[in-house]
Design a protein around this ligand. Sequence first.
Ligand code: F6P
Length: 315
Amino acid sequence: MNACARAVVRAALAAGHQVIGIRRGYQGLLEQDLFVDRERQPLMTLRSVSDWGRHGGTFLRSSRSEEFRTEAGQQRAVQNLAHHGIDALIPIGGDGTFHGAVALARHWDGQIVGCPGTIDNDLVGTDFTIGFSTAVQTAVEAVDKIRDTAESHQRMFLVEVMGRHNGHIALYTAIAAGAETVCIPETTTDIGAIIADLQALRERGKTSVMMLVAEGDEGGGAEVLQQRLQAAGCPFSMRVVVLGHLQRGGSPTPEDRLLASQLGTWAVEAVLAGETGVMVGRVGQRQVLTPFEETYRAHRPIPAELLALVASLAH
Ligand code: F6P
């Protein structure tokens, strides 16, 4: 997100515009919590964002705002936007952020162009969201390390990753880390079939197993799954690791920095071209604009060929 904010600031300043950084998202807008630099200036400068690209988290901070969900909150946000002479907004976030953008647009006639920033990769209209690559990188590193114990102790590990209602992080991590199996919300978790697969792996001489579990899997998280597998006669000794918020931090991958830099710049270009009510995404190498409602209306499907890859490589 920092790399994206840096790109927005620099592209907008280069085009002759002024930039105000709103801290803590919509809640910060309600509280007029504006970014100020070392000189306590509320306008962002080229130097405000120096060196931002390589840092995880977000210097602008983030929050989940209950107040902004209300009509009164949205009206107050509009008043604050007018008070600061803001005529265009570039929110960076996921579906919650874009639901908020749609609500704001009902009361405000300024332009809103969003950038997809979420580790979940669950938005329609972009191949990847900002943060996904870094989350997968972190998860893969963790699974690689856990595999050492799995191998030496001849165990099976159920590693739970984030992703909310979506299995992208689990699936990409499973393939990259060579996991034997993956449980995601997009597929039915069939305990009997999993046990049969595990028995087949055992018979083929497999001594360790890594199972990636998406937190949103309909069979429950990794803890619940472990209990169900235990009760069904799992042939391996099991342990559970929940990676949790570890996946949301750390220095972003070059891939994420590049994507964020492109999307931030494209968002400014879209504003300058008069666009509003859209998210800017990258599909292939092309810039694509998608109305906010379409980015979250349908569940983003899992690439079927990647799912098949987990099964075909698990031997
Ligand atoms: O949407 C991003 C995400 O990290 C999800 O993967 C996860 O379910 C959720 O946010 C965690 O939210 P919180 O930090 O509010 O617990």
